[in-house]
Design a protein around this ligand. Sequence first.
Ligand code: NAD
Length: 555
Amino acid sequence: MSVSAALKTRSTLFYGARVPQTISRACLVRAARFFTLSTTTENYPTNHVADGTKPYITPSFVNNEFVKSSSDTWFDIHDPATNQVVLQVPQSTPEELEQAVASAEEAFHVWKEYSIIRRQGIAFKFVQLLRENMDRIAGIIVLEQGKTFADAKGDVLRGLQVAEAACNVTNDMMSSGLEVATDMETKMIREPLGVIGSICPFNFPAMVPLWSLPLVLVTGNTAVIKPSERVPGASMIIAELAKKAGVPSGVVNIVHGKHDTVNKIVEDPRIKAITFVGGDKAGAYIHKRGSELGKRVQANLGAKNHLVVLPDANKSQFINAVNGAAFGAAGQRCMAISVLVTVGPETKAWVEDIVHDGAQLKVGSGFDPSSDLGPLVNPTALTRAIEIIDDSEKQGAKVVLDGRNFKPSDPKLAKGNFLGPTVITGVKPGMRAYDEEIFAPVLSVVNVDTLDEAITLVNANKYGNGVSLFTLSGASAQKFTKNIAPGQVGINVPIPVPLPMFSFTGNKGSFLGDLNFYGKAGITFLTKPKTITTLWKTTPFEEGLKPSTVMPTQQ
Ligand code: NAD
């Protein structure tokens, strides 16, 4: 952008980034490239943008500065509720990607020397700033991603909780040691790996970057983060807050784009580990290629989560749980319930109540506090979901609650990607609605006769993210938890995501890698062990002995 264009533009940009207010000649050149975010703790999106508003330009974040990309390739990103273009995201250039990795590599040598107490102090400040900016981050999420404001605050909160847990680093990184022979001690410490690359999905713009960033920071690593190109705003604010908290220059870097950016993160030897959350295709490639290059990779992938209900369940607890877990966030959660398994004829009849209550949910703008769910992320996601529902009907399933023709009453939302809550009964493995992750407010109902059949069905599914059982029988719950394969099990809990004192433990086709996100596994993933053995003799040295040439056997 030319200097004059920068000056002209600065008054029209609203939500994202704009040049600093200074207009002195000396600052003009700098102003053309360096940005500040125009949202603040008090001033952030609370509604859809007016027609004709210029899209905001998403900057990169390198060396603690927001910088405008010099890229020729920019992606238009639409508000999912209106399909108006609200922002543009660059494909970071090769030079910009190189600069981000180089700055993270350089900063690593400084940051790892910060004492753990100092890093912990910065983590406490980071937590405080995240809390103060929760509404601001949530506002950007609603605009870019479409979820409701209350749900977007939950997105931030679940990330904030990881940051809070990261403050326990002084305990989590405690070394162990032992006097292994007379006057000889071995201690085992854990050291940071170096630069960590993080590749994030669209559905949790704040939570997913925060699943790893706080732990990356407290363990002494540095970060190159690629947010989803569809929802970069939350990451930009998080970067600003990390800087404000005292994270030094180069420790946190944010780059943008699609394949080229991912390839740089995967291929560059200075990046030692990769955290990925997203779909199966990208995740499988990144895990395979990263592993071939000797990197650590943790990859959380797609899901198909079942909720099994037994006739002895509390009916109203169950109905509320299903409606919230299947349709909340428009079904765009990796832990959303997408399959209901009714056991026996009695629970099959409860589907009518789900349909009745599901039909009452309000679909609309995420900025409207009365909305229960917002739109899908883009028209492609909407078209695909509708196609899957159509195909399942053709395959013999029955659509008993049909959200396909949903039209919002507010004319300004007429072009949004809205799908109303949808329930399909008579679904079986082999139908698209069962076999594919739909990632939309669509609940597929499968009926079986026994708990054993339900367990067999769930265990045959390729995914293993989450599963839930509704029952009032302890014995049935015990049998279920002992025999069920997915890695996150809820009993009368529809979305059993563990808090960050534990780890996120999806398995089977929902996870590639050995060490899960956050918790103890997260710290282990981001650090490597080192043992140090010392001998400080308290007895006099013996003169004239020959060197021992056999395997040492200290006693
Ligand atoms: P996605 O795979 O399309 O994108 C994820 C990231 O990978 C993005 O940053 C994107 O730019 C990049 N990417 C996409 N395709 C690529 C390719 N071919 N090569 C290289 N990079 C590529 O996923 P999404 O649509 O953003 O997110 C939804 C998916 O994420 C769902 O499948 C959902 O289940 C999954 N998810 C899983 C978890 C979990 O913890 N298991 C959590 C959140 C989301």
